[in-house]
Design a protein around this ligand. Sequence first.
Ligand code: FES
Length: 151
Amino acid sequence: MTQFRQPTVEEDLAGLDMIYREHILDHYKNPRNFGKLEEYDIHYFDNNPLCGDEIGIWLKLDQDGKKIADIKFTGRGCAISQCSASMLTEEIKDKSLEEVKQIKSQDVLDMLAIPISPVRMKCAILSLKILEAGIYHYEKRLMQQKISIQE
Ligand code: FES
């Protein structure tokens, strides 16, 4: 059961200076890295339980399994959740998993560069939470494989 109405993009952009409106609209209309990967190492999908908006992330690692060679996302939701996913995917391409794990909520807010009210924090960091969960489950699976090989 959702309890939060998804704001329209116009509502999200209301009151913003032109430069910030364009920054958000650009990512909203042309989301970077939008789509799915056929071959991937990490995939995670989740939603914001308050509104039901959702994001799925696919990551392909390089041969060493250390750096992000490719990334895609799909999603459905408010401008803030979808723009932050677009910006985050741009930011982390070619970064190592260790670097990505250092990204904090404040870094995503800095990428968005618009005021985010407390009630919209879940929108802003939805993609980061999904990314973190995907990496967590991937590393857990690797660890379990290692343990089962040793046994
Ligand atoms: Fe649903 Fe923003 S209103 S994630």
